[in-house]
Write a protein that binds this ligand. Sequence first.
Ligand SMILES: C[S@@+](CC[C@H](N)C(=O)[O-])C[C@H]1O[C@@H](n2cnc3c(N)ncnc32)[C@H](O)[C@@H]1O
Length: 199
Amino acid sequence: MPEISEPHARELAKQNLRKNKLRVELINDLDGIDRILFEAGCGHGHWLTDYAESHSNTICVGIDLISWRVRKCNDKKFKRGLNNLYFYKAELSEFLEVLPKTVRFERTVLLFPDPWPKARHHRRRMIQADLLDEFARRSDIGGELCFRSDDRPYFDWTLEHINKNNHWLIEPSASWPYESATYFQDLMDEYFSVVARRV
Ligand SMILES: C[S@@+](CC[C@H](N)C(=O)[O-])C[C@H]1O[C@@H](n2cnc3c(N)ncnc32)[C@H](O)[C@@H]1O
């Protein structure tokens, strides 16, 4: 077996601790829940909090990498007393790794994800072939994937990736599920939206 360096081993140990803590949190919070609306990179939580408030029968789950943003999300949730809404500080691939397999996505939403405009950074974009496959595995036939961006090249990249994927079909006539401006949406003059259906 190849040796791993000490810093790498420390990093792996930290990652395992983080994932185990998140796994326990998710098992406790989502016990008995089999359908959620999932938002990846929910930022300050404006959209998801409004969505949860107006869809009280839907369990809404949002994640973001940045702690203070997740704190703002939770402030909104508690101020409005919403018990169908959960926010986690988590990285997307780690979250998907530890989320119980019984939890299915009826709608997956990505709003203004970081566009990573330089070609050498495109691999950091959230939308990738593998991620679309994983979202598909988590969704039943008819489930929705909703993507919105102000960045035209990233939007086109997303259309291309969805069109290449056998599990998602773009629905040009589908309406956007719910309008409420996010923090980033408010900063943009124009943006582009696409809704795809799990087939
Ligand atoms: C440009 S902001 C958009 C935030 C929000 N959706 C909005 O429209 O206001 C992108 C967000 O995605 C989060 N993010 C980026 N990569 C992520 C990842 N791998 N896992 C979880 N969150 C991530 C960032 O921390 C940031 O808050």
